[in-house]
Design a binder for this molecule. Sequence first.
Ligand code: SF4
Length: 351
Amino acid sequence: MPQSRFFTALGEAKLQCTLCPRGCVIPPGGRGRCGVRGNQAGHAELVYYGAVTALQIDPIEKKPLYHYRPGSRIFSVGFAGCNLQCPFCQNWHISQITGREPLPRLALRYCSPEALVKAAQAEQVLQIAYTYSEPLIHLEFLRDCMACAREAGIANVLVSNGCINPEAAQTILGLTDAANIDLKCFSEDTYRRILGGDLATVLDFITQAWKTGVHLELTTLVVPGLNDQDEEIDRCIAFLASLSPQIPWHLSAYHPAYTWNAAPTDPKRLISLAYRARETLSYVYTGNIASAFSSTSSTQDTICPHCGQTLIRRQGYRIQNTGFVLHGSGPTCPVHCGHCGKAVPIVGYVG
Ligand code: SF4
């Protein structure tokens, strides 16, 4: 079993997990809240090291990443468990595992980091996403996979809730090429009471990722009555703008799931929030709404913030270059608006 330095020994063979702000104290034979980090007779136990719940190829737009290698395919690896407990989780059957074992519907498969990278190579895919359920609680496996992928020239993409302590974050951010991080709301109370997380930790993680040079995009699931008030959205906007107004922000529509039964997000409200955010931020997108709404609003498209030219038109996961030019070729080739010539922060257009 791989070692972990994110456990502290307490008295009576108890351990404290120091990976995330929950700081679970785990008695012998027990597990932390996420269900994947345990204590076996006083020794740290990484219960699901190497266990995956899904292996599949997706369009990168599904992560969602709109400004990183748009148009490419990504090898997606899913995990079990989560350190949060969002009552509207759309992947709750793989994320909320505590007290539900054995897990018959998960069809867990075990694989080594090397096997995972070879599987991606066999599909001729140049990037791996760690996604679906929370990858960071599997930090040790994640680190091993990322190191192996980096060595093989495969990019690492993290899709995460970002709720992890800074020291642990540091072990994987240097290996992370791109990330989509959830900013679930801008209320400390909602994070603590309803989601089981910590707003300050998430903001720190996002800041740390940005400063490390990770290609960063954020996602907020807009849940009516929970985080859709103008004031709260404005606080998210101000935070993003303080890092960079060029960071893409995805506003995604909620639909009833798990234990949350409120009516879905009104697409018109979502679109109006996106337009509100676009007054400050350059690239704001809506997701998870019927294409009839998004195609009339262009909130799925990339628009040049300087001259208004539509640069990329999106229909579902299909994309079309409608107005930018590439200067050269290759993954770092700069992208410019074909109308006004200003630089556009898009990395590695595949198309
Ligand atoms: S990662 Fe899991 S075990 Fe560790 S503190 Fe967080 S919820 Fe608890």
